[in-house]
Design a protein around this ligand. Sequence first.
Ligand SMILES: NC(=O)c1ccc[n+]([C@@H]2O[C@H](COP(=O)([O-])OP(=O)(O)OC[C@H]3O[C@@H](n4cnc5c(N)ncnc54)[C@H](OP(=O)(O)O)[C@@H]3O)[C@@H](O)[C@H]2O)c1
Length: 253
Amino acid sequence: MTSATTPTSAQREPELLGQTVVVIGGSAGIGLETARRARAEGADVILTGRNPDRLEQAALEVDAQRTAAFDASDAASVARFFHDLPTPIDHVMVTAGGPRYGPLLEMDSEQVRQAISEHVVLALEVARNAAAKMRPGGTLLLMGGTGARRVTRGLGIASAATAALPAFAAALALELAPVRVNLIAAGFVDTPLSVSLLGDRLEERRNELRATLPIGRVVGPTDVAALAVHIMSNTALTGATYDIDGGQQFVFS
Ligand SMILES: NC(=O)c1ccc[n+]([C@@H]2O[C@H](COP(=O)([O-])OP(=O)(O)OC[C@H]3O[C@@H](n4cnc5c(N)ncnc54)[C@H](OP(=O)(O)O)[C@@H]3O)[C@@H](O)[C@H]2O)c1
């Protein structure tokens, strides 16, 4: 068959038409890019973050339907936010809450408790408060990482915290059904978080990744956003962890 006679399917329905996506941590980085992509696929988006100015700027950029400024690690604020949502929602992505590194023996009990549990506790508060507002078939989408899967001395507590998330997402998927639960595990992603973590060493790290990753380039937030929107639209996916790291975990970079 020649290309001249091949039927084309250039026209397609936007994947999230008529759906509503909430991004908890949507004013920067992966959350903001996911909101932008979801919007381009026809969704209404609702953004949250702590810094109200950054949040308003992001909302203008992606034409968000609604915003709310609060700290997602505060359970009462999470409950208030979902209680106040006027209409049903389809998907909730959680990008709030950063990683914690550090030698185990230098942490006190409270620091260890926090580092191990904060992602899980935050996600659980989102899940229990969002559930009643979410339409069947929608997904709660959590963020984890591949970077701390391989135990090294410098990562300290981060490896144990990372290891808990796939099992947590799978267990929550069983309890929350027919709402789906999925986890994205990213390697290095070039976001404001990476800028703040690496500072002066950022460009050096980018070059190192370009030279060593099988994909020959650095993973950006738009890459993760594309995966996130796919997970939202593909209703067969639940309880699973999706790696996106350009092969970083196999080259130990
Ligand atoms: N970048 C990476 O290489 C990478 C790799 C693996 C996993 N991850 C994970 O992916 C997620 C997103 O990372 P990112 O790189 O996109 O981060 P980012 O660029 O720092 O963006 C984080 C977003 O979440 C908001 N946020 C952070 N903490 C919050 C809180 N307690 N309550 C409400 N909003 C909060 C931030 O706004 P405010 O600061 O104004 O609240 C911002 O909108 C994080 O969980 C991170 O650990 C990132």
